[in-house]
Design a protein around this ligand. Structure first.
Ligand SMILES: *Cc1c(COP(=O)(O)O)cnc(C)c1O
Length: 400
């Protein structure tokens, strides 16, 4: 429920207002378009809003094709399948990421190879990637093999984490040199730019998420975007049960039921209309936090590379425990007591039980970021008064 203005003021006066980590912003034509679906009976996995949502995202990213999916995890699964990734292949992923792209690799029977993230922008470390490819792999007959596992490496998934782009040019170059497919995971970074180009518009294929906490939301949803008509066609076919002949129900491949519904797409169309405002709000939120927090000893605010425009999906800071005399988890608990929801970064995936046996290369930074990182309330609709409360709470915690 949306609290009315009087109510909010009241809560602030008593100091009890809950400030969530990241909640949807539903301020546009969502009701109108969803009602239209209900009024016309077009509620399921085909309909004008699905087409219109796909067109609107494709146009925004300057991509030729877009295929809506039930979520980004399924989009990644399909992107890997259409890239020819299968049993006993390997796919390169960053050591610090939400787990979805790593799980998607395993759905195909392939294995992840974990590459560290870099110290400054926390994204996949392209220098370490270069080292790994040139020193630990063998390229023969147009295929790349991991010397340690003897498996064939087929693809790289750069994950643009927390709204900031990965350094894509070196990755695209290495991929060309070694015959690898690149699948961008842009789930957290719709609208972010790399050297003036939108993320999701750079690699062969990209996947997006419209989960509730992302830059825009359809409740749940995802999308595959590409410029390759064959990839798009195959993705559409696999996400709709691989129908060779719908009437006779002929299926020559194993398909999936991964399509987005018209109701969800209707919400997506409305959210896309507001995307620019969402991005402006995210960037305003980030500069307000940074202005207040960057001077603190032991506290690191997010950096934006000079070639990058970040959308600051979750505004995340690092606490140096020795200098702050306090860990990120201590701060989390103190803020929680004051009704402020924060969250640590993701546990590094390479040492979680399902992935312990997988290959990882020189991981040094990812674990430190996991220990030190804390994401602050970052909703599109967060107010400066709410940010002030968060900032005050952090300052008080550090000063005591
Ligand atoms: C949220 C997220 C996903 C998964 O998105 P869903 O739509 O929830 O399946 C994938 N990758 C990253 C990096 C994410 O943050």
């Amino acid at each position: 429920m949306v609290a009315d203005a009087g109510n909010v003021v009241n809560q602030q006066n008593t100091g009890n207002e809950f400030i969530p980590l990241c909640v949807p912003e539903i301020k546009g034509n969502e009701w109108k378009y969803i009602k239209d679906c209900l009024d016309t009976n077009w509620v399921s996995s085909v309909g004008a809003y699905v087409d219109s949502f796909e067109h609107s995202v494709a146009r925004y990213l300057d991509r030729r094709y877009a295929v809506a999916c039930v979520n980004c995890t399924s989009a990644l699964h399909i992107a890997l399948l259409v890239s020819g990734v299968g049993i006993n292949d390997e796919v390169i992923v960053p050591a610090l990421t939400f787990i979805a792209p790593v799980n998607a690799v395993r759905y195909t029977g392939a294995y992840p190879v974990f590459i560290d993230v870099c110290d400054d922008i926390w994204q996949m470390d392209v220098n370490k990637l270069k080292d790994f490819l040139s020193r630990q792999c063998t390229y023969t007959d147009g295929s790349l093999f991991n010397n340690a596992t003897k498996r064939k490496i087929k693809a790289i998934i750069p994950v643009h984490i927390l709204g900031h782009p990965v350094d894509m040019s070196p990755i695209m170059e290495m991929a060309r040199d070694y015959g690898l497919i690149v699948i961008e995971d842009a789930a957290e970074s719709l609208g972010a730019e790399y050297k003036g180009k939108k993320v999701g518009a750079i690699a062969d294929i990209a996947c997006l998420s419209f989960n509730g906490n992302k830059i825009i939301t359809t409740g749940g949803g995802g999308m595959i975007v590409t410029d390759d008509s064959k990839i798009a066609e195959k993705a559409r076919y696999l996400t709709t049960q691989a129908k060779d002949d719908a009437l006779e129900a002929i299926h020559s491949n194993i398909g999936y039921n991964y399509r987005l519904t018209n109701i969800q797409a209707a919400m997506g169309v409305a959210q896309m209309e507001r995307l620019k405002e969402h991005i402006r709000a995210k960037r305003r939120m980030a500069s307000y936090y940074s202005a207040a927090l960057s001077a603190f000893v032991g506290l690191t605010v997010p950096r934006e590379a000079e070639w990058a425009k970040s959308v600051f999906w979750l505004y995340t800071i690092l606490f140096d425990t020795a200098k702050c005399k306090m860990s990120s988890r201590d701060i989390l608990m103190i803020l929680k007591e004051q009704g402020i929801e924060t969250r640590p970064l993701w546990h590094t995936v390479y040492n979680l039980p399902p992935f312990k046996q997988c290959y990882s290369y020189k991981i040094e930074t990812a674990d430190r970021l996991y220990q030190q990182g804390l994401s602050l309330p970052s909703s599109v609709g967060i107010t400066q008064q709410q940010q002030d409360k968060v900032i005050r709470a952090i300052k008080n915690a550090l000063n005591n």
